[in-house]
Design a protein around this ligand. Structure first.
Ligand SMILES: Nc1ncnc2c1ncn2[C@@H]1O[C@H](COP(=O)(O)OP(=O)(O)O)[C@@H](O)[C@H]1O
Ligand code: SF4
Ligand SMILES: [Mg+2]
Length: 321
């Protein structure tokens, strides 16, 4: 097992009080596996991603454990986390520009990462060889004219080019785990498809584990072997893609799956999920989905369901277990 997350919680201190953005989350990830974290906007996906690389804002506090290759990231000193971040676990942020330094040329940024990696491995820095490695890295993400791109600053690149540079950076670092937070949502549809194809190819080629964060079930379906569905900071259901999409069990997953556009369904028939996600500062009692759930029972309003395992998946719902 590469990543083992147990009882993860993340709270934000806000002027309105404490906001529980992630609550008692358990999940694991094997080497080379790809898991999509799905759920509506505001359900805590980015918070989860940032907590795994320990890049949460100062008003956040965490609990539980995040064990990567046998070491608990939440208990490590910042100095130790820095050694792992970028090299063993790499995060592509929701806004790709945030991943790049605006005042450094692409060449400098990409070469710095590799130089650091070489230094840590006790190797001496070979500028010429590293330059070539970086150009090859840009070519492998199908970047046209990589040598020209190398001399540019981030603001001189298009959205698609920036995302390619960031993905190239991830590949050059060859992390064990790549976390991609909505890596395509800032891009137009054709470039989106190219970036997804790229991540899929590279996943196969390098055997990286991928945590793909998205609010788009259709995108998730094309990249992941397993889904982890989140609602209001909690896990609703997790299991193999074919099971979760083919026969969703949790009422929230059922609603999400019904909202996936399909070729056979006319666009107008898209089923929107009634209601809206809760105010996270005052979430509903019991099951957080109960105000929107078509299957709600009395117990759902009072008790938050625990984890149940059934039919190859883990879920939290009073209808099961
Ligand atoms: N820095 C922050 N301070 C306070 N609340 C935050 C902060 N960042 C996110 N939140 C809140 O945490 C919840 C989860 O947000 P986020 O992780 O960004 O969700 P998602 O990525 O699924 O859209 C939301 O209610 C959001 O408003
Ligand atoms: S616990 Fe109850 S309210 Fe929550 S999803 Fe299950 S049936 Fe619906
Ligand atoms: Mg987000």
């Amino acid at each position: 097992m590469l990543l083992d997350v147990k009882g993860l919680k993340v709270n934000y201190k806000t002027i309105y009080g404490r906001l529980e953005a992630v609550r008692s989350l358990d999940f694991s990830l094997d080497k080379g596996e790809s898991v999509a974290i799905v759920g509506e906007s505001g359900c805590g996906k980015s918070t989860l991603g940032h907590s795994l690389v320990r890049l949460l804002p100062p008003n956040a506090s965490t609990g539980g454990s995040v064990v990567l290759d046998g070491r608990d990231l939440l208990k490590m000193k910042e100095r130790e986390v820095k050694m792992i971040r970028g090299s063993e676990v790499f995060m592509i942020f929701q806004d790709p520009l945030n991943s790049l330094n605006p005042v450094k040329r692409v060449s400098v940024q990409l070469m710095e990462g590799l130089a650091l990696k070489q230094r840590r491995a006790g190797k001496s820095f070979d500028e010429k060889a590293t330059y070539k490695e970086v150009v090859d890295g840009l070519s492998s993400v199908r970047m046209p004219d990589p040598e020209v791109i190398m001399e540019r600053y981030p603001h001189q690149l298009s959205g698609g080019q920036i995302q390619r540079v960031v993905i190239a950076m991830a590949l050059l670092m060859k992390p064990k785990l790549l976390i991609a937070d909505e890596p395509t949502s800032a891009l137009d549809v054709t470039i989106q498809a190219q970036v997804i194809k790229l991540i899929n190819e590279l996943k196969k080629e390098y055997g990286m584990a991928v945590l793909f964060i998205t609010h788009d079930m259709a995108v998730a379906y094309t990249v992941a072997n397993r889904f982890l569905v989140m609602y209001a900071g909690e896990l609703s259901e997790t299991g193999p893609v074919e099971k979760v999409v083919g026969k969703p069990l949790h009422p929230y997953t059922v609603a999400l799956v019904n909202s996936i556009p399909t070729k056979s369904r006319a666009e107008g028939d898209l089923v929107a999920i009634p209601g809206s996600p809760p105010n996270m500062l005052a979430p509903p009692t019991g099951c957080r989905f109960h105000p929107r759930c078509p299957k709600v029972m009395d117990i759902c309003r009072k008790e938050n369901p625990g984890y149940t395992t059934t039919d190859d998946r883990t879920l939290r719902c009073h209808l099961y277990g």
